[in-house]
Every structure is written in C-alpha cells, then in structure tokens.
Write a protein that binds this ligand. Structure first.
Ligand SMILES: *[C@@H]1O[C@H](CO)[C@@H](O)[C@H](O)[C@H]1NC(C)=O
Ligand SMILES: *[C@@H]1O[C@H](CO)[C@@H](O)[C@H](O)[C@H]1NC(C)=O
Ligand SMILES: *[C@@H]1O[C@H](CO)[C@@H](O)[C@H](O)[C@H]1NC(C)=O
Ligand SMILES: *[C@@H]1O[C@H](CO)[C@@H](O)[C@H](O)[C@H]1NC(C)=O
Ligand SMILES: *[C@@H]1O[C@H](CO)[C@@H](O)[C@H](O)[C@H]1NC(C)=O
Length: 357
C-alpha cells in the first residue's frame, strides 16, 4: 500500500518536472559546427564534411549514420534531452520545406549547426566554389526566416515572449582557429582573435534583435590535443600554439559577453569553458570512465574514420571517436557539465540556471 502511494507520487513528480521544463524553455535553437551538427551537411550535396556513412552512428538507434560526427549522440542532443525535450531539434534544412513543423504548437526549435563551419564566412569553404558548409552568418539568416515565420503565426508580441524564453546554444570557433593555424597566416594572433570577437559580437547582437535573450555559448576546446594534431608533435603531446589560441578565444568571448550583457540588461548568458572541461578530463580520465584520451576509436593516421577504417569495441572508454570529434560518452559528459557544472567550467551561471532564469 505504502509502496503504491510512493510510486504514484514519484510518477506525478516526473510528469510535473517535464511539464515545468517545457514551460520554462519553449524551444532550443542550436548554431555552430560539427560538435552540434545533427544532419545539416547531409543537405549539401557537394559537402565533403559529412558523417552520413558507417561506422558513424554505430551506437545511434538502429546503428544509423545520421550526419552526426559521433558514434551516437552529440552534445546538442544531450543538451536538448537535459532541457526536458523528447527529441533533438531538427535541422533547419529539414524544416524549411516542411513548414508545418514550425506551425505546430509542438514546435520546439531548430538546429542550424554545420560541420566545418566557423565565425568567418570563408572558414570551411572549399576552393572549387561548391557549397561545403553553412557559415554562422548564414545560419543566423536561416534563423531570421524562422523568426518571420513565428511572427506570422503567433503575432509579434507572442513570438517575442516565446523567443525570450527559448535557449540559443552556439558552439563555434574551432574551425576558424584551425584554418588560421594551418594557413600559417602572417596576421598576428591577437589581431586574429580580436577580429573573430568583433564579428561574433555583431552576430550575437543580430540574434538579440531577432528576439534571442538567453545565450548558451560554448568556447573552443584544447584543439591541439585532438589526435589529428597530436600526430604533428614528435612527442605525441598536444600542440601548444593551438591550445593557446583556444585559451585566448575563451578570454576574448568572456570579455565580449560581459560587455554585451551590460549593453542589453535583459540578455542572459552562460559561457561554457570547453577548454577547462576538456583539460580536466585529459589530466584525470579515470573518474570519468575514460581509459584512452589520446587516440581515436575509429580510424588512424592512414585511414580516416569511415567504411574502410577499423574501430574499437570499448567505445565508452575513448574520449575521441574520430581524429577530431568526441565520442558519445564524451559529448554526454560535456553536456552534463554545461547543464549542471560549477563556475570553473561554466559561468556566470550554468545552462540549468540559464533555463530557469
Ligand atoms: C526546398 O524546396 C525548394 C523548392 O522546391 C528547393 O529548391 C530546395 O532545394 C529545397 N531545400 C531543401 C533543403 O530541401
Ligand atoms: C557572409 O556571407 C553572407 C551570404 O551568405 C553575406 O550576406 C555577408 O555579407 C557575408 N559577410 C561578410 C562579412 O563577408
Ligand atoms: C609537444 O608536446 C610536448 C609535451 O609532450 C610539449 O612540451 C611541446 O611544446 C609540444 N610541441 C609543440 C610544437 O606544441
Ligand atoms: C589507445 O588506443 C590506441 C588505438 O586504439 C592504442 O594503440 C593505444 O595503445 C591505446 N592507449 C591506451 C593508453 O590504452
Ligand atoms: C575503401 O577502400 C576501397 C578499396 O581499397 C576503395 O576503393 C575506396 O575508395 C575506399 N573508400 C573510402 C571511403 O576511402
């Protein structure tokens, strides 16, 4: 008898919890690069930055390759789940010709993230002129079409309320830094980072003008520690120059966000320190269940991850799935840290507090 009552109460609590989560955050909009791409590049027929073939998706339901650069889910999926959503927001390219999804009361956001893209328009584009990625600026243009759609459906005032409670997650910057580093550019690094900051800031202001109020920003991880870069170091260690650029990117974006939230008093943000989060795991992998944090599970120096590559079976123990992207296990850990992490990893508030704010 007692047990029955307990169960009923527990179920009720779960229902209420989900209901509250959804009421707090009506929608999630995700922008950025491969860390958050859930299939955008599949819609670009000429894109070379794709993951819509096995063994990508080996741990996804039905072992289906979806375009995610992971053995399973990525951080965007886990964040949507933590926010109480039943499914990860669909790629914009899927919604654009199925506008009935946007018109439904159950509309829960969209994913614009495109693997290989960056803050700069040229980042990730190929020289042949064919469309390889969707740059951040174009992603914001796509969001603006959803904004117009929402205004048309709900009216200006309701659309604004809806968007002001929604979350905007942005994970970008790594590809710009890779491109800068690999091109051996003569532009001094302070100048380069400042340029990225200037442009990023203008994009955040555009999003604000389109109704965004809650920003969850994810900075650049220690990209010099990716297996693809470590092989360029004779000791197998991380590439310090790349990691320093990542650190500078974080302090730049931190400064920009402080300024932005002073200019717009109703703007709220949470900055995930991807650098600190990743270094923390690299330094001490065991407590997180990782045993291999320097080699990819799938592929090696000669064979990139794909149908011809071999891949590990103990995927839960690897930090890297391919030579640049995290495993599902690593993506899940990152999302949980962003959601509930302490100040060292996410500041001035974490993503849960951002949702509740
Ligand atoms: C959407 O439909 C238009 C018109 O039919 C087409 O040109 C475009 O390629 C479609 N977009 C996507 C992403 O499928
Ligand atoms: C970036 O590309 C978009 C078109 O996709 C264009 O409207 C915009 O002016 C470009 N931005 C810069 C800074 O060149
Ligand atoms: C290579 O890794 C070592 C640590 O193993 C580090 O001290 C060194 O600075 C790295 N080299 C470069 C070029 O980053
Ligand atoms: C990590 O994985 C690689 C490739 O799967 C393997 O060669 C290496 O020995 C592993 N390292 C550790 C510390 O387990
Ligand atoms: C896989 O290997 C086969 C035979 O060597 C080759 O023809 C094919 O292009 C390779 N596929 C990829 C994606 O590298």
């Amino acid at each position: 008898m007692g047990k029955k009552i307990f169960l009923v109460v527990l179920c009720l609590a779960t229902v209420l919890d989900l209901h509250l989560a959804n009421a707090e955050v009506p929608a999630v909009f995700i922008l950025g690069d491969s860390t958050a791409d859930t299939g955008t590049n599949n819609f670009l027929p000429d894109s070379k930055d794709r993951a819509d073939f096995p063994p990508y998706g080996i741990d996804f339901p039905h072992s289906r390759p979806t375009g995610r650069f992971s053995n399973g889910l990525n951080s965007a999926d886990f964040l949507a789940e933590l926010m109480g959503f039943k499914r990860s927001p669909l790629p914009f390219f899927y919604l654009v010709n199925n506008t009935k999804f946007i018109k439904r009361p159950s509309f829960r956001g969209a994913n614009f993230a495109s693997a290989g893209s960056g803050i700069l328009n040229i980042t990730g584009q190929t020289k042949n002129g064919l469309k390889n990625v969707v740059p951040l600026e174009e992603q914001i243009g796509q969001f603006s079409s959803i904004y117009s759609e929402l205004v048309a459906i709900k009216g200006q005032a309701s659309a604004e309320v809806f968007l002001s409670k929604s979350l905007f997650f942005i994970s970008v910057g790594s590809n710009d830094i890779f491109a800068y580093y690999l091109s051996r550019s003569t532009v001094p690094k302070q100048e380069f980072i400042a340029t990225l900051g200037f442009i990023y800031d203008s994009y955040l202001r555009t999003l604000y003008k389109l109704g965004a109020r809650k920003f969850g920003i994810i900075s650049v991880p220690p990209i010099g520690c990716c297996p693809a870069l470590r092989i360029q170091n004779t000791t197998g260690g991380c590439l310090e120059d790349l990691n320093n650029l990542a650190l500078e990117f974080h302090s730049m974006i931190n400064t920009q966000l402080i300024k932005l939230s002073t200019d717009y008093s109703d703007m709220k943000y949470s900055l995930g320190n991807a650098y600190e989060m990743t270094i923390n795991v690299l330094d001490n992998p065991c407590p997180f269940g990782f045993k291999n944090v320097s080699n990819p599970c799938c592929g090696d120096e000669r064979t990139p991850c794909g149908p011809n590559a071999t891949f590990c079976s103990n995927r839960r123990e690897y930090l890297f799935w391919d030579s640049v992207h995290p495993t599902q296990a690593a993506a899940g850990l990152a999302a949980r840290t962003l959601y509930g992490g302490e100040l060292r990893f996410v500041s001035p508030i974490n993503f849960k507090q951002l949702a509740d704010a």
